[in-house]
Structures are given as structure tokens and as C-alpha cells.
Design a protein around this ligand. Structure first.
Ligand code: SAM
Length: 326
């Protein structure tokens, strides 16, 4: 392999082949870079959509934000993009429409050259490898086996795993859940449904809802604070009404810097949002890089709450992670 992150020969599609194995540090670097690219891509699409007086999503942006004049500029910048040896910072301020289109094309080209979402998922799966202490659902099952939960696990229970990378994670193999529905934006197995959770049809009744929703390292992948809040709110619509002797819970995981090193967000901000949505924290664990929560849902989503983006901790070394809710 050439030097630099995933600098591999290209395939006929122009995408780098998915790496089979990455050193842990390379995998983490790749995951981080994907998050940066994804976040900036979303900001640029929003800016371009405003300029074009339209709305656009990650699915339809090319037909919405590119016009007959800028499409050629996009294609030219896309095809001439070359992966640099070190990651280039992405600048978004004071860019003209033309510059924004060029930045968007460069981001799209970089994502493709690095192997697209397959490479991102492959790096995340390797992060899950048990030899590296991965599979966050192990923590969930440890909690569910504690006395407080044990007598609530009778009866057929089902679970929804949002952002599923493997059908053989402990959540699927522990035997607690008779049925596990696994979904992902980009399914890597016939046992995982390719589906955007935000587009998943709402349950028609309790029988289409779940005793447990697992949302591990997914919300940080969602590009904007508003959509992250919407995802958390939407999860409540998929949980069974809580009743005695059974569970209605959310297993939630975020990278630790989201609550420990953000300018706009911390553990308390998350607690406030979760309480508003009816989630009561029943377990919490902080590992070196990741934070895990188990929430029980009380079935009541409060009305009229507003949780915006406010600077809590100034400082240039902090990240911009935030979740908002209206
Ligand atoms: C970092 S991986 C985490 C995977 C795994 N849950 C874990 O804990 O290691 C994030 C996954 O979430 C998926 N994802 C992000 N947004 C999603 C959405 N709206 N609907 C379904 N899957 C989503 C991505 O495709 C990606 O595979």
C-alpha cells in the first residue's frame, strides 16, 4: 500500500477497494476523517440549498443543489481530485457558490477514493473486533443480566439495532431477544436491512414496536445537531409502552469527546434532552474513548421543550458536537 491513509490502487469504479485489515490507529484515523467529511458535506449542502432556494438531503443533493452552470464545475473538481498525503482542513467560511460546489466535489471524491461508506463501516467493524475489546452490545447484555433487569426479561422480547454492522454481535446471540431487527444505511449482510432509520415507517401498533432500541455510535454519525435530536425523538416512537414486568429501554453509545470535550454539549445537556423525551438513566459506563448509557423509557415525551446550541465551554481545542431539540 502507498503511504497515507488508505492510499490504494483504484478500482474501475474509481473507488479504493475496501481494506481487509487496518491497524487500529489507521482505523480510528479513517473513522475520524469520515466524520469530518460527512459533517462538512452536510454544511455545504445546506448552504448550497439555501442559495438555490430549495431543500436537499444526503440522498438527493446532486439533483437539488447543482444547476446547469455548477454541475460542470462539480464534475471537473471531482475528477481532478487527488488524495493528499495528509488530511487537508476544510474551509467553509466566505466561500462563493462556485467554491462551495468545488469543496463539495472534493469531499465526494475523497470519500469515494477512501473506499466510500464500505471502508468506513469496515474500519468500524474492525473497531468492534473482540480482540480489540469491541462490540459495545457486550456492555448492554452485562447490564441486562444484573438483578434489576433479570426479572423483567421474561416473555418474548424484541430489539431494534440501528446502525448494525454484524448479525453476530452479542445483542443477537445472547438469547435474551427472541427477535432482533437490524438496520443500517449500508447493509453488509443479508441479515441487516438496508434502511435509514429516519425513513423507517412508523409502527402502526405495539406489535411493531420494540422492547429495546440499540443506538450505538450512530448519533455522532448523523450530520447536524437538529437531526441528532430528531433521531432521539423518533426512537421513542419505536419503543413499546412501558409496562410492569417488561422492559422498554434504549441502549445508547457516544464517543466520549461528544460529552467531555465539546464547546456546546456535555453530559448534563444530554441528560436534559433525554429526561424531556421520557428517558430515565438506569446505567452509565465511561470507557477510555466511549460512553455507554442504558435508559428506561417512561412513555411520556414532554411538550414545549427547547434545547438549543449554546457555547458552554469556550476554547479552540474543543469540538463542535451538539444535539438540539425543539
Ligand atoms: C460507527 S458505525 C457503529 C456501528 C455499531 N453500532 C457499533 O456500535 O460499533 C455507525 C453506523 O451507523 C449507521 N447509520 C448512521 N445513520 C443511520 C441511520 N439514519 N439509519 C441507519 N443506520 C445509520 C452507519 O451506516 C454506520 O454503519
Amino acid at each position: 500500500m502507498k503511504r497515507g491513509l488508505l492510499r490504494r490502487p483504484q478500482t474501475i469504479t474509481g473507488q479504493a477497494p475496501t481494506p481487509k485489515s487496518l491497524k487500529p490507529q489507521k482505523a480510528r484515523q479513517l473513522i475520524r476523517r469520515f466524520h469530518v467529511l460527512q459533517k462538512n458535506k452536510f454544511s455545504i449542502i445546506s448552504k448550497l440549498a439555501k442559495l438555490e432556494n430549495t431543500e436537499a438531503s444526503l440522498e438527493d443533493y446532486k439533483s437539488k443543489v447543482l444547476n446547469s452552470r455548477t454541475r460542470g464545475i462539480y464534475e471537473q473538481a471531482y475528477s481532478s481530485f487527488k488524495l493528499a498525503k495528509s488530511d487537508k482542513p476544510i474551509r467553509l467560511e466566505e466561500l462563493t457558490q462556485r467554491d462551495l460546489v468545488i469543496e463539495l466535489a472534493k469531499i465526494d471524491a475523497e470519500i469515494d477514493k477512501r473506499g466510500g461508506i464500505n471502508a468506513y463501516q469496515s474500519a468500524s467493524t474492525q473497531g468492534q473486533d473482540s480482540k480489540r475489546g469491541g462490540d459495545s452490545s457486550k456492555r448492554l447484555i452485562e447490564w441486562l443480566k444484573e438483578p434489576a433487569y433479570l426479572d423483567k426479561l421474561d416473555g418474548p422480547l424484541n430489539a431494534l439495532e440501528i446502525g448494525s454492522l454484524s448479525a453476530s454481535n452479542v445483542i443477537s446471540t445472547c438469547g435474551i431477544f427472541e427477535n432482533v431487527t437490524r438496520i443500517d444505511l449500508n447493509s453488509q449482510s443479508p441479515l441487516i436491512l438496508k434502511q435509514d432509520f429516519m425513513e423507517r415507517p412508523l409502527p402502526k401498533g405495539d406489535s411493531e414496536k420494540f422492547n429495546l432500541v440499540s443506538c450505538s455510535l450512530v448519533v455522532n454519525f448523523v450530520p447536524s445537531p437538529k437531526e441528532r435530536g430528531e433521531m432521539l425523538h423518533r426512537i421513542t416512537k419505536f419503543l413499546k409502552k412501558p409496562k410492569q414486568g417488561s422492559i422498554s429501554s434504549l441502549f445508547f453509545v457516544l464517543p466520549l469527546p461528544c460529552i467531555k470535550n465539546s464547546r456546546y454539549f456535555d453530559e448534563e445537556s444530554l441528560d436534559k434532552i433525554m429526561k424531556h423525551l421520557g428517558f430515565e438513566r438506569s446505567a452509565y459506563y465511561e470507557a477510555k474513548k466511549v460512553a455507554y448509557w442504558l435508559y428506561d423509557w417512561n412513555g411520556v415525551v414532554q411538550k414545549n421543550g427547547k434545547f438549543g446550541k449554546k457555547e458552554l465551554y469556550p476554547g479552540s481545542s474543543r469540538n463542535n458536537f451538539c444535539i438540539t431539540l425543539n
